[in-house]
Write a protein that binds this ligand. Structure first.
Ligand code: SF4
Length: 254
């Protein structure tokens, strides 16, 4: 039976969410509470109302697929496709599986952008049907991870181990949050964690910026990064070098 999902945005012509030109579908709902979240309106699993406007909309598989298919010509020309992001797409796993399967049947390439916080038995169902995982790694220290995201990283790191063992196609994305994730210690810990694998996944560093602050104001959510400043170019170059010196292919942004 076809399921329904709650989507809060569909963004066309994305070039930072995987290869080529992509349509990014943002799923509503996330179990994490990252202090720096750029999409605070994505966290609740409910359709919310703000100033007479709905945040989130119910989609059937057919309705979502027809939106995705509209951009097929751009996917074909650029080797792009569709990216499922959020929120956390795995939090609506039945709907996600159904739409990915439909895309695969129709030869549209798929990417899942995930926090990695997903039950292993669910993740297993996606290994062979997803073309690429954009996998966020935030903090290696479990205490700091819990402190800044409200969730332990045990399952997230273990799921990364699993995907790497399955030779899944993975790009690791690191949000570079000043004084939280973008510290010498954490970046070196992430590098060392990933170095244990047989292959070296591409690393994307995602520098923090305060553009999300206005969204927090708009939706009446407390912004916890008020005192943060952007990283300098020198700091970013330094962190890039830590990975580059160990032979990682590293990019800024997605
Ligand atoms: S995992 Fe992503 S969507 Fe969820 S709270 Fe963190 S930054 Fe926001």
């Amino acid at each position: 039976m076809s399921s329904t999902g709650i989507i809060f945005n569909i963004q066309r012509f994305s070039v930072h969410d995987g290869p080529g030109i992509r349509t990014t579908v943002f799923f509503k709902g996330c179990h994490l509470g990252c202090r720096w979240c750029h999409n605070p309106e994505s966290r609740s699993f409910e359709i919310e109302e703000f100033n007479g406007k709905s945040l989130g909309e119910k989609y059937t598989i057919d309705k979502l697929f027809s939106e995705i298919e509209k951009d097929r010509v751009f996917y074909d020309e650029s080797k792009g496709g569709v990216t499922f992001s959020g929120g956390e797409p795995f939090a609506q796993s039945d709907f996600l599986k159904e739409i990915i399967t439909k895309c695969k049947t129709n030869e549209i390439r798929t990417v899942i952008d995930t926090s990695g916080y997903v039950d292993r038995n669910i993740l297993k169902k996606f290994v062979n049907i997803t073309d690429l995982f954009l996998y966020d790694i935030k903090l290696i220290d479990p205490v700091l991870h819990l402190k800044y995201t409200d969730i332990s990283n045990t399952e997230i790191l273990s799921n990364l181990d699993y995907l790497m063992s399955q030779k899944a196609n993975i790009i690791i994305r690191i949000p570079m949050i000043p004084r939280i994730t973008a510290t010498e210690e954490n970046i070196k810990q992430i590098r060392d964690y990933i170095l244990k694998y047989d292959t070296k996944p591409e690393i994307n560093l995602l520098p923090f910026h305060k553009i999300a602050e206005s969204k927090y104001k708009k939706y009446g959510i407390k912004y916890q990064m008020i005192n943060s400043t952007d990283l300098t170019n020198d700091q970013i170059e330094h962190f890039k070098k830590i990975f580059a010196e160990s032979g990682f292919n590293i990019k800024l942004g997605g």
